[in-house]
Design a protein around this ligand. Structure first.
Ligand code: FAD
Length: 449
């Protein structure tokens, strides 16, 4: 008789949990996974994937307008149908959910479609009441949207609900200034809603380079997104006609049909039973782990957003893979968190890797900054007065590139490739040595002066 029911029990079938389960099973472990919502997790079901598809959908508003300048005759004003976009996006999500489930099945990972909690260092209790034992438990429960409490806060929606709206709202108030808030501001604005973004401070996208975020603010304002800074929610009242009266500090009240709160995501550890096994949390409720994702309990590991290291899908996937390599392949593996590229799929999108100008100045002291501020060829013909900005930051003593930041069409696509060079420690002169690929926007990277 085996000592435990499983070698590994994973709680949460999102980006990190699915990767860890699949790879551990491929190494020969007997694996089970519990998922209380849908296999795929936040990224697939209510995050990156449906979000990016909405961004594509919204961008057609500009493309259709610009098409006329390129000779296309489109009779009358283009008509947009929210239900078609929503339903097509949701069926694509279902397809990927099925593909993830197939992958787990084909690796003989047993799936429990229910909530699971920890009831001891090697014991899991399922919502149905059954208990299971495992040599190792991996917590991969992700994070959950944080909603501040104020009178009427029950009327808001979060990113969990926003993909399922019955109708496209005419007026949207969005709380927050991080990437989710700015991405949805762009989506709703392009789809024709009146958008107001409400934020406690006057800084958006705090982690990004100041020149790039200032450029987004300027372009977004020109596109008609209204920014209410130094504003906190006082109340939301539902009016007789079903609309919402939103009161915030320092600004006039406004009416809205939808209030979307995107003020951060907290690690999903509430009610998980971690205390029953003695697992330590930090002051934000995140699970404390070492560089191998091990908690203070030898049999319990945690990966992904629940550990609050870097809340991004590719990071959760790497952590899940490194866990499997470490525990089931005898190859202790850590994740390198240096130089992680990231993007905001706003309109236009922005992306960055490495240090911002102010971080580099504070860390290195002596830096050089190279910039290209230009209008993409396509925007010139379309008479779209929207400028791209590319910024390279180097260590003045060594010429090594320490940061690369950009805003403009396709910036995330271009930055992913350039991030390889930054991560590899290349210098500005290495970029200068490459012949430009003309005519592209990316050629600006090798022509910076
Ligand atoms: P998750 O993917 O959140 O998976 C956790 C799973 O655990 C969930 O399915 C949940 O239902 C389940 N679960 C929780 N508790 C239990 C329990 N007790 N029992 C059973 N199951 C449980 N990242 C990017 O890299 N790029 C993007 O463009 C991007 N866009 C995003 C847009 C939005 C709107 C949001 C919300 C997030 C976005 N992210 C993006 C972040 C990304 O989705 C997360 O970083 C990633 O999903 C984290 O993976 P995870 O495995 O840690 O957790």
């Amino acid at each position: 008789m085996a000592e435990y029911d499983y070698d590994l029990f994973v709680i949460g079938a999102g980006s990190g949990g699915v990767r860890a389960a699949r790879v551990s099973a491929a190494y020969g472990a007997k694996v089970a996974i519990a998922e209380e919502h849908k296999v795929g997790g936040t990224c697939v079901i209510r995050g990156c994937v449906p979000k990016k598809l909405l961004v594509y959908g919204a961008h057609f508003a500009e493309d259709l307008k610009d098409a006329r300048k390129f000779g296309w005759k489109l009779d009358g004003e283009p008509d947009f149908d929210w239900a078609t976009l929503r339903d097509n996006v949701l069926s694509e999500v279902e397809r990927i959910n099925g593909a993830y489930t197939d992958t787990l099945n084909s690796h003989d990972v047993e799936i429990f479609h229910e909530r699971a909690t920890v009831s001891g260092p090697n014991e899991i209790t399922l919502a149905s009441g059954d208990t299971k034992t495992a040599k190792y438990i991996l917590i991969a429960t992700g994070a959950w949207p944080h909603v501040p409490e104020f009178p009427g806060s029950e009327h808001v929606v979060t990113s969990n609900e926003v993909f399922h709206l019955e109708e496209l709202p005419r007026r949207v108030v969005i709380a927050g200034a991080g990437y989710i808030a700015n991405e949805f501001a762009g989506i709703f604005n392009k789809l024709g809603s009146r958008v107001t973004l409400v934020n406690r401070s006057d800084v958006i996208l705090r982690q990004y380079d100041h020149s790039i975020r200032d450029r987004l603010l300027q372009i977004a304002t020109t596109k008609g997104i209204e920014f209410c800074f130094h504003a906190e929610f006082e109340s939301i009242e539902k009016q007789d006609d079903g609309s919402l009266l939103v009161k915030v500090t320092n600004h006039e009240p406004r009416e809205a049909d939808l209030v979307l709160v995107a003020t951060g995501r907290v690690p999903n550890t509430d009610g998980l039973g971690l205390d029953s096994a003695g697992v330590e949390l930090d002051e934000d409720g995140a699970i404390k782990v070492d560089e191998y994702s091990k908690t203070n309990i030898d049999s319990i590991y945690a990966v992904g957003d629940v550990t609050n290291r870097v809340q991004l899908t590719p990071v959760a996937i790497r952590e899940g893979h490194a866990f499997a390599d470490t525990v089931f392949n005898g190859k202790p593996t850590t994740v390198d968190y240096d130089c992680i590229p990231s993007a905001v799929f706003s309109h236009p999108p922005l992306a960055g890797v490495g240090m911002t100008e102010s971080e580099a100045r504070n860390t290195l002291g002596s830096i050089k900054v190279y910039q290209s501020d230009f209008r993409a060829m396509k925007n010139v013909l379309a008479e779209r007065n929207e400028r791209a900005l590319y910024k390279m930051i180097t260590d003045a003593d060594t010429d090594r590139i320490v940061g690369l930041h950009m805003i403009g069409p396709d910036a995330p696509e271009i930055l992913q490739a350039a991030a390889v060079a930054v991560k590899a420690g290349l210098s500005k002169s290495d970029f200068d040595n490459v012949v430009a690929l003309h005519p592209t926007m990316a050629e600006e990277l090798v022509l910076l002066r």
